[in-house]
Design a protein around this ligand. Structure first.
Ligand code: PLP
Length: 388
């Protein structure tokens, strides 16, 4: 894959060298971490180290981290109606959540309520206040609210601290899907005011297929989704993915290092990209540009453009980008995120996401911009309406 430029970091980040090393070392351990002998204890130590490093990334205690098979499973574990009388009865989710949250976990469809977002891509907190008040009036019981810290398609950062105050004031619980935010912006569970928080290793340069649900010290872990052995203090049964977890720990340590400097570096690259895109094609629209965004994400469209055509053309030219969320690629469906923001379907169909990461350099942006100009010019020749 020499000479290719990878600009799809929100879909997945390339494995960090530190994570690879930790995984290779972990593969040499033969023990089951639940075994009491030396081999088992050595494997257990790898998990304990990783647990400390993942906890440190989000300002939690190691004992409050439950490893899972990824962000999807952690979200599914988090979204559980309470079994005790004071447990959550209703789930509120913003309309732009990842499909693994929109699916609602173990809540029945009639107990799930969507919170709208504004045109800027931020959850509508007035609507949240109104919904929580209505639920209280109707005596429908405690609410669990699930909001992402940053959106995977637009990169728009959500007003989590304000939402947490609103949710707690109404006696509810807040789950934050921090899969896209962790390692890109500060993500401290206490500072955010989250009760539960989801992480995924592969978005921060760890391996695919590993994630975690983290709780704030005084929050009860939801009932296990996977029952069996007593692993993860009974919160998630099954022999742990030792190498994957070790890779997650190493990636968490690396991602948390120099967050501010990396934020500035990526934001400068992103700004260079967006200035170039706008200069290349008149009328280029960058979604969510009016709100605070992750430093690495640009979702843009040109009126009349088709995302699939652009993504395929760029791929043939050596560039990996995405038409919206990776999970929905393959289906030609308009983005639910852009629909929720009120973007007209014709414009949304042209949305291309470029996302950057630790290995992205200025030369990659400049090469991408040249390729984009070439592509836009050839499409313009075919369909003069495109540049509107
Ligand atoms: N939440 C968000 C915001 C995501 O972007 C993703 C992955 O695309 C997930 C959850 C799911 O994580 P995983 O791929 O580890 O299942």
């Amino acid at each position: 894959m020499a000479d290719r430029v990878y600009l799809d970091w929100n879909a997945t980040a390339p494995l960090r060298p530190q994570a690879r090393e930790a995984m290779v070392a972990a593969f040499a351990e033969v023990g089951n971490p639940s075994s009491v002998h030396a081999e088992g204890r050595a494997a257990r130590r790898l998990i304990d180290d990783a647990r400390r490093r993942v906890a440190a990334l989000v300002g939690a205690q190691p004992g409050d981290v439950v490893f899972s098979s990824g962000g999807t499973e952690a979200n599914a574990l988090a979204l559980a109606p309470g079994t005790r009388a004071d447990g959550p009865r209703v789930l509120l989710v913003s309309a732009i959540e990842h499909p693994s949250v929109l699916a609602g976990g173990r809540f029945k469809p009639d107990a799930i309520i969507a919170i709208p977002v504004g045109a800027d891509g931020r959850a509508d907190l007035d609507a949240l206040v109104r919904q929580l008040a209505a639920l209280m009036r109707e005596g429908r019981g405690r609410a669990l609210v699930s909001l992402m810290q940053a959106n995977n398609e637009t990169g728009v950062v959500q007003p989590i601290v304000e939402a947490a105050a609103i949710v707690h004031q109404a006696g509810g619980l807040l789950h934050v899907d921090a899969v896209q935010a962790a390692g890109k912006i500060p993500c401290d569970i206490k500072a955010l005011g989250a009760d539960l928080l989801t992480l995924s290793a592969h978005k921060i340069g760890g391996p695919k297929g590993v994630g975690a649900l983290v709780r704030r010290a005084d929050t009860a872990m939801p009932d296990p989704l996977i029952k069996g052995g007593g692993q993860e203090r009974g919160a998630r049964a099954g022999t742990e993915n030792v190498a994957g977890i070790a890779g997650f720990g190493a990636a968490a340590a690396a991602a948390g290092h120099d967050l501010d400097a990396e934020h500035r570096r990526l934001a400068a690259l992103r700004d260079r990209l967006e200035a170039g895109l706008k200069a290349a094609v008149a009328g280029t629209m960058v979604f969510g540009a009016g709100a605070e965004r992750l430093p690495n994400t640009t979702l843009f469209a040109v009126a009349g453009g088709k995302a699939e055509t652009a993504v395929i053309g760029l791929d043939l030219d050596g560039f990996a980008v995405s038409s919206g969320a990776a999970c929905s690629s393959g289906k030609v469906a308009a983005s639910h995120v852009l629909a929720a923001m009120g973007v007209p379907p014709a414009l949304a169909r042209g949305a291309v996401r470029v996302s950057l990461g630790y290995a992205t350099q200025e030369a990659d942006i400049d090469r991408f911009l040249s390729a984009w100009i070439r592509l836009a010019q050839s499409l313009l020749k075919e369909r003069p309406g495109i540049a509107a």
